[in-house]
Design a protein around this ligand. Structure first.
Ligand code: ASP
Length: 590
């Protein structure tokens, strides 16, 4: 019998008692019990106990003495009911065992760098170096399976909704998504480079021009990002694009798909429709564009209570066009000084000037009765509550309060675990300030502005709203999307506002602009991050757990030792000469 067709170790039940079976798998444990040898034999479907008896099968028993963890073996024997009292209710096959007649070692194993058995914590670098062993562990096998099921549900769902999966190229031109491109040198065209896609954005828009109307793809995206804990350089999106659609259509398709995943995988019915928050409101009330709605702790604008204040820090912030924001910590009046100091340090770490608090803080005596009452009213603070306050430039005050809100919730155990709080952030702004204070795009340069905000585009660009939306759940950003510009002149105008000159526009986006002259359906889409979604479904907070062969945060594949060096000859063929960075210059991250 071929091992491929043999019954799975994990499939045997009492109904199989009396059957002669041939099993293939890995030795997960061996126990010698005065003559009898017990082996737990594991395959992808589970584990079954195999018994070697020296009298009944001396040859098999002799070989069994040499078995070590992770040997791959073939066993032939009869399925029997386990003797009364020795059943294992913790094991699906726990009522039976296989009495071995024959044993063959197909492949031995060296001593392992860490046990495959059990749920033991293992250093991640070691797990990644021996990823093929790490993936054998039952927990990782469950995640691999879960991910497979996510893909399967996804294909079924989009097929039912009339979407076609279309593959787009990996070797292509740059499409900006706010990161650096990975480049691939062309051998046949010396001095020219392909860019690996940061996303299939331009291609999917071109597919709409091509009349595909509904496109999806489980697409790999590659972004040469600086090291950030929550980002991977290589990740997978569920990429979508639809013609003749409005926001509502995108929302419905995505809610339906996520709803289906949660139902089929977690057996959880998510309420619909999901709530919506404008970006402005999210920043005001939660201090972030990815709010965790599993707890309240809403932030309030204290401006109205402080219009005539003489308190120096507040006055200065307000006069400079900034804001004063605060939130009430339930029962926080008794907060320990240590905790307060930690929160102040957190605020300072985010670039803020610190935090004020009320009551019991240094500002109590400077704030009038009316101001204090106003602050309590705006934050909804009760007699036992503490109000934490930040005064700063608007963006910074939001960031500080957002972090404080999150930290207070974490420390005080206010996060309701087991809840799924999905929310649409919509609308968002067309432009943002980058780290250097320059104007840049909020989502990407193809996003359609609100028609009625267009008069502001030159004078007050930051106020222009966009048909752009994010999906956020429990503080994670899961998807970003937008309706797109489909008019050449408008697209060129946005590129110009972003500071691109004619030549750059032509060389980077010429084909898309040209396509826009041949009848373009209005279109829009979104791209949920599949890795993050699987992460939530799998209940892990480590994105590398849900990627079969992930890289470390410094973008090294520890198993394959990539990036690696290449031969001189290969480089010559590619017309490339390497100049290693001088000492002190930024080079390889170790
Ligand atoms: N291409 C976008 C992204 O990767 C998603 C979209 O606009 O559909 O974020």
């Amino acid at each position: 019998m071929s091992g491929f067709r043999a019954p799975a170790c994990g499939s045997l039940r009492t109904a199989d008692v009396g059957r002669e079976v041939e099993l293939y798998g890995w030795v997960s444990r061996r126990r010698d019990h005065g003559g009898l040898i017990f082996v737990d034999l594991r395959d992808r479907w589970g584990t079954v106990q195999v018994v070697f008896n020296p009298t009944a099968a001396p040859e098999a028993h002799r070989i069994a003495e040499s078995l070590r963890a992770e040997y791959v073996v073939r066993v032939r024997g009869a399925v029997e009911r386990r003797p009364r009292g020795s059943e294992n209710p913790g094991l699906a096959t726990g009522e039976v065992e296989v009495l071995a007649r024959e044993l063959e070692v197909l492949s031995p194993s060296k001593a392992l760098p860490f046990p495959v058995e059990g749920e033991q914590e293992v250093d991640e670098a070691v797990r990644l170096r021996y990823r093929y062993l790490d993936l054998r562990r039952p927990r990782m096998q469950r995640i691999l399976e879960l991910r497979h099921r996510v893909n399967k549900v996804t294909h079924a769902y989009f097929d039912e909704h009339g979407f076609w999966e279309v593959e787009t190229p990996l070797l292509t031109r740059a499409t900006p998504e706010g990161a650096r491109d990975f480049l691939v040198p062309s051998r046949l065209h010396p001095g020219r480079f392909y860019a690996l896609p940061q996303s299939p954005q331009q291609m999917k828009q071109l597919l709409m021009v091509a009349g595909v109307q509904r496109y999806y793809q489980i697409a790999r995206c590659l972004r040469d990002e600086d090291l950030r804990a929550d980002r991977a350089a290589e990740f997978t999106q569920l990429d979508l694009e639809m013609s003749f659609c409005e926001e509502e259509d995108v929302f419905e398709v995505v809610e339906g798909w996520i709803g289906r995943l949660w139902r089929e995988i977690l057996d959880v019915e998510l309420p619909r429709p999901w709530p919506r928050l404008s970006m402005e409101e999210a920043l005001l009330r939660y201090g972030t564009d990815k709010p965790d709605l599993r707890y309240g702790l809403e932030i309030a604008d204290l401006g109205p209570a402080l219009a005539g204040t003489r308190v120096q820090v507040f006055r200065a912030a307000l006069d400079a066009g900034g804001v004063v924001r605060g939130l009430a910590v339930p029962g926080g009046r008794t907060m320990a000084r240590r905790e307060l100091d930690d929160l102040v340090a957190l605020a300072r770490g985010a670039g803020g000037g610190g935090l004020a608090w009320l009551p019991g803080g240094p500002l109590d005596k400077f704030l009038s009765e009316a101001e204090q009452a106003g602050i309590r009213r705006l934050t909804g603070a009760g007699p036992d509550d503490l109000v934490l306050i930040a005064a700063d430039r608007r963006r910074r005050a939001e960031t500080v309060m957002g972090l404080v809100r999150q930290e207070v919730a974490r420390r005080r155990g206010l996060v309701c675990e087991g809840q799924w709080r999905f929310v649409w952030i919509y609308p968002m702004f067309l432009f943002e300030e980058d780290a250097e204070g320059n104007l840049t795009y909020g989502h990407h340069p193809f996003t359609r502005p609100f028609e009625e905000d267009l008069p502001l585009i030159d004078e007050r660009p930051y106020e222009v709203r966009a048909h752009a939306y994010d999906v956020v759940c429990n503080g994670y950003e899961l998807a970003s999307g937008s309706l797109r510009i489909y008019d050449r002149a408008m697209q060129e105008r946005v590129f110009e506002i972003l500071g691109l000159d004619r030549q750059t526009i032509q060389s980077r986006f010429g084909p898309l602009l040209e396509a826009f002259e041949y009848g373009v359906p209005p279109h829009g889409g979104i791209a949920p991050g599949l890795d993050r979604i699987v992460m939530l479904l799998a209940g892990t907070d480590n994105i590398r757990d849900v990627i079969a062969f992930p890289k470390t945060q410094s973008m090294v594949d520890l198993m394959m030792d990539a990036p690696g060096e290449v031969d001189e000859a290969q480089l010559r063929e590619l017309h490339i000469r390497v100049e290693p960075p001088a000492r002190g210059e930024r080079g390889r991250a170790r």
